[in-house]
Design a binder for this molecule. Structure first.
Ligand code: CTP
Length: 400
């Protein structure tokens, strides 16, 4: 899988650095070309000589070549690489990556990357669970980097908990998996909806819901990474979609989302409706701000158009239509009925009962049901991983 792939391995100053020679050995054995770069601190944990011997190339540890007046070219490295994997990554380096503090060669190479970037954090459990670290990991993920989550286990401090770098064999398998999936959706057009819709009461008030758009944005990013041309129709969301293969259309209301979806869906090979669309809107929103009074107020709500129902009724034979269902009771039964009623190929069932799943969380736990009734239940994972699982399932569809 990795034969001929050009891979940069960036090592930073954590004790887990001692495991990276094993990763480099696996990559070389698989036929990859490997260039190792290290922060000065990393060289305290494992020697450049070991890594140069295993990678069959000189290791770069400094932006400048000693006593030569020459510099090591990080820009060239950025254009050379098919993949970059940074492992282990310390809390310090995570912070520098987030803020673009390029005070060593590893960070300059990271900032010059044009290829997919994998980041495997490793640190003690308290450092790992600190809000600064968690925030930095979230930001790096939102920039499109892949985070290789650390494992729970024994740490160098003698404590036990999350923070242990993923084992080299698993990092290697993650890279192989990535390469296997790359291009799986080449030339496919994927339409994804995300986020809530806002229904205006007057110019300053609206009815909305708690959706942040994370699941839909993760699906859009994953589809783009697999080579698809993605149209992301997003309700109000603070999230950013940075991948060049994602075209974002912003909408506010269920009505606007309906218009955008109907216009774009006929060209799509896959439509994924992850948005939490309002089921009701106001009969007549006020053009001016409503004034308060002591009398009770009632507002008349009218149903919105069901976008998915409409797309299901006009669906092309080879088109794949995926809906979401958020249920609080009789979950499977309700989801199956929805799948049938809306003529879907798949429905993704979200449960609000599950701790860590649903609105606003970075993690989710879903069950995917297909039109034949087959059920695929996942574990609690990051929304990015859940997005990959959903696309793995859809990717096996007979029309793709
Ligand atoms: N949906 C839609 N248009 C709407 C409402 C919902 O396209 N006006 C889509 C959502 O994006 C989601 C799916 O329908 O993919 C399920 O939405 P949900 O609100 O859970 O189901 P409903 O069919 O609206 O039924 P109910 O509210 O009774 O559960």
């Amino acid at each position: 899988m990795l034969k001929g792939k050009k891979i940069v391995v960036g090592i930073t100053g954590s004790i887990a650095a001692y495991k990276i020679p094993f990763l480099v050995r696996l990559l070389i054995k698989a036929g990859a070309e490997v260039r190792v770069i290290m922060t000065p601190m990393a060289t305290e944990f494992v020697t450049p000589l070991t890594l140069a011997t295993l990678s069959q190339r000189a290791v770069i540890t400094d932006p400048f070549k000693e006593n030569s007046g020459e510099w090591n070219n990080h820009v060239e490295l950025g254009t050379w690489a098919d993949l970059m994997v940074f492992a282990p990554v310390t809390a310090n380096t995570l912070g520098k990556m987030v803020n673009g503090i390029a005070d060593n060669f590893v960070i300059t190479a990271y900032l010059s990357a044009r290829c997919p970037v994998f980041i495997a954090p490793a640190m003690d459990l308290d450092m790992y669970s600190h809000p600064s670290t968690q925030n930095n990991i979230g930001i790096l993920q939102s920039y499109g980097n892949y985070i290789i989550e650390p494992q729970v286990g024994e740490l160098a401090s003698g404590l036990s908990g999350p923070g242990r770098m993923e084992e080299p064999e698993n990092i290697f398998n993650i890279l192989c998996d990535h390469v296997a999936k790359q291009g799986a959706l080449d030339k496919k057009k994927v339409l994804v909806t995300a986020g809530p819709t806002y229904e205006n009461i007057d110019p300053v008030r609206f009815i909305g819901n708690y959706s942040t758009g994370k699941m839909g944005f993760s699906l859009a990013l994953e589809a783009a990474r697999r080579g698809a041309e993605v149209t992301l129709i997003a309700g109000p969301s603070t999230l950013e979609a940075t991948h060049p293969k994602i075209k974002r259309i912003n909408v506010i209301s269920a009505g606007e989302m309906y218009d955008a979806c109907v216009q774009k869906a006929s060209h799509a090979d896959i439509v994924i409706m992850a948005a939490a669309v309002a089921d009701y809107t106001f009969a007549g929103p006020s053009a001016t701000k409503l004034k308060k009074s002591q009398a009770p107020v009632s507002l008349e709500l009218i149903p919105t158009k069901d976008i998915l129902l409409e797309l299901g009724s006009t669906k092309r034979k080879e088109q794949i239509l995926v809906g979401f269902a958020l249920e609080t009771d009789h979950e499977l039964e309700n989801a199956k009925q929805k799948l049938k009623r809306k003529n879907l190929d798949y429905i993704v069932l979200n449960s609000l009962q599950e701790p860590g799943a649903g609105f606003g969380h970075s993690t989710n736990k879903v069950t995917v049901i297909d039109a034949s009734g087959a059920i695929d239940s996942g574990n609690l994972k990051t929304k990015q991983e859940v997005a990959a699982d959903i696309l793995d399932i859809i990717g096996k569809h007979r029309t793709l």
